[in-house]
Design a protein around this ligand. Sequence first.
Ligand code: NG1
Ligand code: ZN
Length: 533
Amino acid sequence: TLAVDTIRQLADLHPKPSNVRFQYGTAGFRTVASVLDSVLFRVGVLAGLRSKKLDGKTIGVMVTASHNPEQDNGVKLVDPRGEMLDASWETYATTLSNAQTTDEFVSELQKFVEVLKIDLSKPARVVYARDTRPSGEALVSSLEDGLKAIGAEGRNAGVTTTPVLHYLVRAINTKGTRESYGDDTEEAYFLKLATAFKKLVSTRETPSPLLIDCANGVGAPIATKLAEYLGDSLTLVLENASITTPGALNNSCGADYVKTAQKLPPSLADRLQAGQRGCSLDGDADRLMYFYLDERSQFHMLDGDKIAALVAAFIVELVKTAGLDGQIKVGIVQTAYANGASTKYLSERSPVKCVPTGVKHLHHAAEHYNIGIYFEANGHGTVLFSQPTQELLQSYEPTTPAQSTALEHLRNVNQLINQTVGDALSDMLLVEAVLAHKDYSGVEWDSLYIDLPNRQVKVVVADRNQFRTEDAERRLVSPVGLQEKINDLVRRYEGGRSFVRPSGTEDVVRVYAEASIRAQADELAYRVAGLVI
Ligand code: NG1
Ligand code: ZN
């Protein structure tokens, strides 16, 4: 049975604020940090139950609010293979977080244990980490109270990136098995990435230094450590690495700023040389945006779609050169936010599937391919090699030197890419490796295809739940009649495309529009926004 007295005592220390409704959304719980104390406690308890339910497998908990402002925080759970929490448990998380009193909380817990048939005698193990947010330390101690309440064994992975935490979860749970993912330490993660990268670029010229905008977040200390492992193979120049300056996190910098403003962070204005490659991480280093300035100091952005195009072309070519194109099918997964030009480019090379926003949708769709490549336009993405494909890469016997080299590269890409979740640093090394192989600068990469001008706007509405979509969020079914009005507008714009959907992470509705001409894309976005209000 549950240790009800202990749970009560500890739960009383973390009362739920009244008048707040929590929701476990696409990125877990995420809101202003000051109201999250009870949520963290309860997530601790829930993580313990999840672990017990899965026979003591280790569950991950990440405390972060990613690209959100510094005063926000959040928490999400990671399942044993390093993937997002199973969707059916999201509802339990929401219910538990909204229990108004300790009594209500305890009775909800008892209900779960019964309904889900959780064997409480099983062990519970949880590994957790946080980003650099000042609110993180106190929230982690609330989480620890939750673990204590349910009797879970906790392992504190300290201040690290979301992808490192996902790596650790998978490494812990696959230790000593055929699917072993590596040692369960941060050092092993760095070594795995750096070793694969060095092998991939060993025959290439050393790339010129890469500037990294760390968003003044946890990417800074982690990239600093990674740089030591990379040695001379790649020089990283870290900018926006002030993790203790109040208010600096994600402020006019980072991957989300670059993607939405479509601008160079002002802090980099005299840091980035013309022609030099630069990239931005977000606040927990799971998103990556590249960019460069041309000779006229014009800013060019290379987003998640451009990364997908670069990586997909490389992998498809390697598979073919290795003589494996009959056996390995490569597929791409995107969302409605993918630039229309990227979808066109990619579908000429591989099957492309469109799924609703949110990593779990992309990840699951990508699992259906032998090699599944997914990237959100905002720079979150990865490449998944199915288990049989990984085994094939190990056992395959090449018949020519060219096949042998391509096979070796594929094996190294498989090691380099973080297959649990989008990982800005792992993705960055993959991009650098491909650029080195292709002898591409930002200019050649950028010219794979020309982005259609596009604009995203947020609209604050009375109730975003009124907005419901179908067809991978490309069409509204509610409010009734609105989609027809959007269609009428879109028809008037050359190359026009627009869609509206409720955000899963903010209390807003998002409008996306693209058109052949910049001014038209902007105008279409604002006019559709006008329909939504
Ligand atoms: P919402 O707020 O549901 O649009 C945003 C991003 C997603 C995803 C999640 C999780 C856009 C348009 N949306 O979701 O792609 O990254 O945050 O962080 O970028
Ligand atoms: Zn993030």
